[in-house]
Design a protein around this ligand. Structure first.
Ligand code: AHN
Ligand code: ZN
Length: 313
């Protein structure tokens, strides 16, 4: 094509990506990782299921890389409970100074305080979408990175105690009661002076018909990363779920990563202010279970994030 100079618009097409190899994200494998986590029962801090699942996550990640660190911490919940918490960290190409941070929370909420049945509101949440889904996508990405070296450095962090935030019944709720594991890690990184080019948090990435909107905290701290990830999703055909719509800021693990470490980090989170709760219907209910998980949604997110990782040079 001849030059388009002089048309006054000069809307050059986006620079085509150099063709790089991107491994295929296996959604059946990711789905299986959700089921494996749920089989322990709710992963509520201080419970046996929580301890057993932590050991399983550590052992699973060690199949994919020798560089796995379990960061143990005693964290104080805002209701006074002392939590035996563990952030689980797996590194790929640890010597590479150019790094990407991928993260999700692995704990389950101790109380289903948004359950329609008041009798359930002190029961734990199974945490299929809210917890296990993000972890499952990261475990499958870890498996792929063990099979095909991404070249760049990558750290997968599974944060604990994200979902111990104040119960709905608490009168003066404290936003900093959420995301205790990531607050701890951001102040005490597993490697002193740790840094990364950018971070991607996955939260509630497994329900059917999700809407990943452009969440406000991410847009405030990391608008370029947001655009890069959304552009990638659109190029791969997922524009129906990665919406070009800006929504209000949320308190989640990425808030503290951004505030405390300065690593620009986005949250891929199923959030839509048009819905009754904003989040998915079963959010913080006893019905956040395996039957609401969609392999197609795990695939859309996993394919997008894997592509971003392998295309980042
Ligand atoms: C609040 O509800 C304040 N933040 C949502 C963070 C969250 C809860 N992610 C999963 N569960
Ligand atoms: Zn939650």
């Amino acid at each position: 094509m001849a030059s388009c100079a002089g048309n006054g618009k000069n809307t050059a097409p986006e620079t085509p990506k150099a063709q790089v190899f991107v491994p295929a994200f296996n959604a059946d494998s990711a789905y299986h990782y959700v089921a494996s986590q749920l089989a322990f029962g709710p992963r509520v801090p201080n419970s046996a299921a929580h301890k057993e699942c932590a050991l399983w996550l550590e052992a699973t990640l060690k199949r994919f890389t020798p560089d796995v660190i379990v960061q143990k911490a005693r964290l104080r919940a805002s209701d006074g409970t002392s939590l035996d918490a563990r952030n689980i960290i797996a590194s790929f190409n640890p010597e590479n100074r150019s790094r990407i941070l991928l993260c999700a929370h692995w704990d389950s909420r101790p109380w289903a305080d948004h359950d329609p049945d008041p009798a359930n509101r002190r029961k734990p949440v199974p945490g299929a979408n809210d917890g296990a889904s993000g972890v499952s996508v990261l475990l499958e990405i870890a498996r792929q990175m063990s099979l095909h070296n991404p070249g760049i450095g990558a750290d997968i962090i599974l944060f604990d105690a994200e979902d111990y935030g104040d119960h709905e019944d608490v009168q003066r709720t404290n936003n900093d009661s959420w995301a205790l594991g990531s607050q701890y890690w951001a102040r005490n990184p597993h490697v002193p002076g740790y840094s990364a080019r950018f971070g991607i948090l996955l939260d509630m990435v497994g329900a059917a018909e999700p809407t990943f909107t452009m969440e406000g905290t991410s847009m405030y701290y990391a608008p370029d990363i947001m655009r890069k990830v959304w552009n990638t999703a659109h190029r791969l055909g997922y524009q129906h779920i990665f919406l070009n719509r800006k929504t209000g800021g949320l308190t989640d693990d990425h808030l503290y990563i951004n505030e405390i470490t300065g690593i620009p980090t986005i949250d891929i989170i199923d959030y839509n202010p048009d819905r009754p709760k904003g989040f998915f219907d079963q959010w913080h209910t006893v019905n956040d279970d395996l039957d609401i998980i969609s392999a197609a949604t795990l695939k859309a997110v996993g394919h997008t994030v894997l592509t971003v990782v392998y295309e980042t040079k």
